[in-house]
Design a protein around this ligand. Structure first.
Ligand SMILES: C[S@@+](CC[C@H](N)C(=O)[O-])C[C@H]1O[C@@H](n2cnc3c(N)ncnc32)[C@H](O)[C@@H]1O
Length: 155
């Protein structure tokens, strides 16, 4: 792993993903999680402060980028929410069928090479009638924003 991927990327991602409008989305979506929760692409754990501790029984966080785990664990301690972190891809989850009440994905599907495979795995992991909570982004319809997205994409 390069120095950039190890030392810079986690902090860059943390900064980019904690901007006001994104945090606002987290605030709307994450408190709806309940029971046994699976969060895919946990990254640096920016959703952790938004979970409702009274409704959540346990959280498993999946992210193949092991260099993100350190910041996620730090946030888990700060939020007082224990998380089991697993360094695997959401495309192939080492979890039993119907073992989670809620699956969470925020700004992750766009990073996954085969998002359909991941969605199939999420459906398999959810109990029938379970909740998939997601917040995602795509190409902006606004030309100015799109130009910035294109500039930033390589990083
Ligand atoms: C833009 S970040 C979003 C992080 C976090 N979900 C958030 O809301 O701040 C995308 C995350 O997806 C992770 N990721 C990439 N490929 C993945 C995969 N195949 N399975 C699960 N997570 C993956 C990345 O390592 C990264 O942490």
């Amino acid at each position: 792993m390069s120095w950039y991927e190890r030392a810079v990327l986690p902090h860059l991602l943390d900064l980019a993903c904690s901007m006001g409008p994104i945090q606002h989305q987290r605030e709307k979506v994450i408190p709806q999680a309940c029971g046994r929760v699976l969060e895919i692409g946990m990254g640096t754990g920016l959703n952790l402060p938004f979970y409702d501790r009274a409704r959540v029984k346990s959280i498993v966080g999946v992210d193949p980028a092991l260099q993100m785990h350190k910041l996620a664990l730090k946030r888990s301690l700060a939020a007082g929410i224990p998380v089991e972190l697993v360094g695997v891809s959401a495309q192939s989850l080492p979890v039993a069928d119907a073992s989670f009440d809620t699956v969470v994905s925020t700004y992750t599907l766009c990073s996954i090479a085969d998002p359909l495979a991941a969605l199939r795995e999420l459906r398999r992991a959810l109990v029938p009638g379970g909740k998939l909570l997601f917040s995602e982004h795509g190409r902006a319809p606004d030309e100015g924003v799109l130009r910035w997205q294109t500039r930033l994409q390589p990083y």
